[in-house]
Design a binder for this molecule. Structure first.
Ligand code: ZN
Ligand code: ZN
Length: 86
């Protein structure tokens, strides 16, 4: 599960999921724009990885759609099993 860190690990500035000012490395160390740009020079001090802007989070994914899709897949699998059984 992808955990969103909501503050800069250097200056502790708040970076909510919708923020456009959050920068992360591939290990999701999180930094604000000001720290990522100047003092860190776009390199993570924890792991040496490149820092990239974290895409601002949109609204919650539609869970109902996901459930429907999964049910549809299960139904198809069941049909396939029935067919192979007969
Ligand atoms: Zn910062
Ligand atoms: Zn890192």
């Amino acid at each position: 599960m992808l955990e969103m860190k909501n503050a800069c690990q250097r200056c502790h500035r708040l970076l909510p999921p919708i923020s456009h000012d959050a920068f992360i490395c591939s290990y999701e160390c999180t930094w604000c724009r000001d720290c990522a740009r100047e003092p860190l020079e776009r390199t993570c001090p924890n792991c040496g990885g490149e820092l990239h802007q974290r895409p601002p989070r949109g609204h919650e994914p539609d869970r109902d759609t996901t459930a429907l899709t999964r049910d549809a897949i299960v139904a198809q699998l069941r049909q396939g099993m029935l067919r192979s059984a007969t």
